[in-house]
Design a protein around this ligand. Sequence first.
Ligand SMILES: Nc1nc2c(ncn2[C@@H]2O[C@H](COP(=O)(O)OP(=O)(O)OP(=O)(O)O)[C@@H](O)[C@H]2O)c(=O)[nH]1
Ligand SMILES: [Mg+2]
Length: 611
Amino acid sequence: MSAGTLRIALVGNPNCGKTALFNQLTGGRQKVANYAGVTIERKEGRFVAPSGRMLQILDLPGAYSFDTVSPDEKITRDVLEGNYPGEAPPDLIVCVADATNLRLHLRFLLEVKRLGRPVVLALNMMDAARRRGIVIDVPELQRRLGLPVVETIAVKRNGAKGLVERVDGEVPIAAPKQPDDAASRADLHAEVRALLAATVTMPRATAKLDDTLDRWALHPVFGLAILALVMFLVFQAVYAAGKPMSDLIGDGFGWLGGHLAVWLPAGPLQGLVTDGIFGGLGTVLGFLPEILVLFFFILTLEESGYLPRAAFLLDRMMLSVGLTGRSFIPLLSSFACAIPGIMGTRSITDQRDRLTTILVAPLMTCSARLPVYALLIAAFIPSHRVLGMFNLQGLVLFVLYVAGIAGAMLVGWVMKRIHRDKSEHALLMELPSYRMPKVRDVGIGLYERSMIFMKRLTGVILALTILMWALSSFPAPPAGATGPAIDYSFAGYIGRGFAHIFAPIGFNWEMSLALIPAFAARETAVAALATVYAVGGDSGALGPALAAHIPLASALSLLVWFAYAPQCMSTLAVIKRETDSWRNVAISFGYMFVMAYVASLLTFQIASALT
Ligand SMILES: Nc1nc2c(ncn2[C@@H]2O[C@H](COP(=O)(O)OP(=O)(O)OP(=O)(O)O)[C@@H](O)[C@H]2O)c(=O)[nH]1
Ligand SMILES: [Mg+2]
C-alpha cells in the first residue's frame, strides 16, 4: 500500500450502479445511465475517508463474466489481475451487485472471489429491492460468503455511508485463489442457487408495473408505433421550445455587438468584432437551446430504461441490414457526437459487427450538425402547420435525422453483401427496470453538454472564425475595385477554386468555402457563412441574407450534404485509433464523400427542376 493510500476498484455486472457509486464517493460527474455498457474506460477518483486516509477509487466497465472477450470487459479483468500496464492490482475490490437481481450478480461475485484478493460486496439499489418486497438476510449472506457485505443506495445522499465505514476499516482477508476452469465454473450456478435459497426471500409477484409497461413498449406493432411517436415528438419539441430561446440569444448578441462596435474605430478590428465574433459566434451560440432541448429528451429517455427496449424492438430490423441490437446504444450516443459512439463500440464482441457500426456511426446526426440544420431550415422552410398540428420546420428536421438513419441502414446492408458473411448475432441484452429520471441527474447532464459546447465555441470554433474572417478581409481590394471586397481576398480565391468541385451540386463559392472550416468543426459553417456574407457587404440577420443569396434548391442540397458528408477530422482520427487502420479511415471518407455528392446532386437537380 503506497503512502497510506488505499486503492479500491469497483466491479460488477453492467448497470448495477458502479458509476453512480463512484460519483457519490468521489464527487465525480461520470456518465450514469439506465442501460448496460455505459462505462467503457477505467476512470479514477479519490477522496479522504473520515479516518484521514486517502482512498483512490477506480470505476471500471461492467463485466458479465471473466471468460468473455469484449474489449471493455478485458480492461476490467486486466486491472483486477494486475495485468493492466503500469498499474498494480487494487488493494481492495468492491463488488457491486444489484440487489433486485442477485441471481445474475452473485455469480460474478463468486468469480471475483476466486481471484484470491480482498473483496467487499456492496448490495446496491437497496431502495428498489425494498420497494419490491425483496428481503435479504445480510448477516447470513456475509457468513456464507465469508466476506463483508454492506447495503448501499448509490443515488441517495449518504447512501454509501456504510460502505465508506467498511472500506475505511481493516482490509478484509482474501479467500484463497482458486483455479479458473470449466468444471469450477459449472459449480458456480449451484453455489448461487444455494446462497439465494438461504438468504433471499422474494415476493411472489415482482415488477408488475414493468411487465405492464413492457406489454405495450415491446409489442411488435404498438411498440414500433410508440417509438416512432416518441422520436417524432422530440423533434417537434426541439423546434417549439428551442426556437424562441434561440431567437432571444441571437437578438441579444446582435444588439451587444452593435453597441460594442460604436466604441471601436472603423476598420478591420471593428469588422472582426461585429461580423466575426458577434455575428459568427453569436449565431452558433444561438443554437445552444435547441441542442439542450434535444439532450433533455435523450437524457430522460436514457434514465427511464426505455432505450434498451427500443434496441430490442429494432433488433430484427437491424439484423437484416447487418447491424445488431448491440449497435443500438453506440449509434444512439452518436446523436451527441460520433466520437463517444465509435468508442462505445468496444462493447461489441464480433469484429465484423463492430466495424460496420464504426463505419455507419458518423451518419447519425450529431449535435454539431444541429446549428447548420436549424439555420438553413429557419431561412428556407416556412413555418407552416401541417395537418393543423405539426410544424413543417420540425418535420423537415425529423426527415433529416431519418435520412441519416436510412443512409446507415443502406451502408450496413451493402457491407453485409460485400462480406458475404450471413451469420447473425442475435441480441442478448438485459432489460433494466423502468426508473423515474431524477431532475438532478438530467440537470448535471445538461450542464456537462453546455460546457462541451462552450468549450468548442470558445476554442476551435473561435479560432476558425477568426481565421475565416482574416481570409475574407485580406488582402484588401485594389484601388478602383468595383466588386465586393471579399471577391479580392484569399477567401474569394480559395472559395472559387473549390466551387468547381461543388458547382454541379448547386453550391456557390461562399458555400464551398464554408465547407473547409466545417471539416474541423461542423458548426463553424454557420459562423463562416455569417462572416462571408457580412464581409460581402450585407448587414442584418444571417437567415434573410442567406435566403437572398442562395436558391432553395442549393439550400436543400447543402442540408443533404451535411447529412452524409465525411466530416470532422476528429471522427476520422478516432476511427484510426479504434480500428488501427488507415484503410478504414479511407473507406469512411471515400464512401461518405460519394454518398453525399450523389445525394446532393439528386436533391439539387430534382429541386431545380421542380422550382
Ligand atoms: N433506485 C436506484 N437506482 C440506482 C442506484 N444506483 C444506481 N442506480 C441507477 O442505475 C442505473 C445504472 O447506474 P450506473 O452507475 O450507470 O451503472 P454502472 O454499473 O456504472 O453501469 P455500466 O457502466 O454500464 O457498467 C442508473 O439509471 C442509476 O441512476 C440505487 O442505489 N438505487
Ligand atoms: Mg458505469
